[in-house]
Write a protein of this length. Structure first.
Lengths: 115, 115
């Protein structure tokens, strides 16, 4: 049981390049999330998904797109990377949304640098 | 406007003593609160949670207290151990509405436990 995994762990991009971050979970969770963490800013929600084939915007969605084609995978895309997107990206998943048990399980993170 | 606030960026405590981490929130609609612990280069891990119908939840050395009238919660670690040194995030959610279940994180408090 690997939990939540993220690929890649590190990446350096040039401004304007595109890339996709992959998140996978093996806990059969319905809900998946993408966050970014910046120094002194805590964790901010980018996009989330409440089930296969569904996505929704979070607090800071601009410049990112997501897809949830399979229940176990949640992809985060940057179409044209900008230096402001330099951050650590965390994926998370949770089992139950409408209950008190919406504990989210996090992946190890992807450190992205945009030059 | 920050809905979840951790006003102390850092806290230093001697091993064996009590660590008290504080968190304030502004939205009275929050009904579930969580604490996450994060080590460097790792994803956050769930520590303890509390529902708004309770004022205390205990799990081993960790106790979370909730004061709804003051919109304040605190995490007590007794006794503190060097392995507790990490960044602690407070998070809140509301289980209804358009953003049901999404977690709103504070900026974190870095705890250092000195031997």
């Amino acid at each position: 049981n690997a939990g939540v995994t993220q690929t890649p762990k590190f990446r350096v991009l040039k401004t304007g390049q595109s890339m996709t971050l992959l998140c996978a979970q093996d806990m059969n969770h319905e809900y998946m999330y993408w966050y970014r963490q910046d120094p002194g800013m805590g964790l901010r929600l980018i996009h989330y998904s409440v089930g296969e084939g569904t996505t929704a915007k979070g607090e800071v969605p601009d410049g990112y797109n997501v897809s949830r084609l399979k229940k176990q995978n949640f992809l985060l895309g940057l179409e044209s990377a900008a230096p402001s997107q330099t951050s650590v990206y965390f994926c998370a998943s949770s089992y139950h949304l409408r209950s008190s048990y919406n504990e989210q399980f996090f992946g190890p993170g992807t450190r992205l640098t945009v030059l | 406007d920050q809905q979840v606030k951790q006003n102390s960026p850092s806290l230093s405590v001697q091993e064996g003593r009590i660590s008290i981490l504080n968190c304030d929130y502004t939205n009275s609609m929050f009904d579930y609160f969580l604490w996450y612990k994060k080590y460097p280069a790792e994803g956050p891990t769930f520590l303890i949670s509390i529902s708004s119908i309770k004022d205390k939840n205990e799990d081993g050395r960790f106790t979370v207290f909730l004061n709804k009238s003051a919109k304040h919660l605190s995490l007590h670690i007794v006794p503190s151990q060097p392995g507790d040194s990490a960044v602690y995030f407070c998070a809140a959610s509301m289980n209804y509405g358009g953003s049901q279940g999404n977690l709103i994180f504070g900026k974190g408090t870095k705890l250092s436990v000195k031997p």
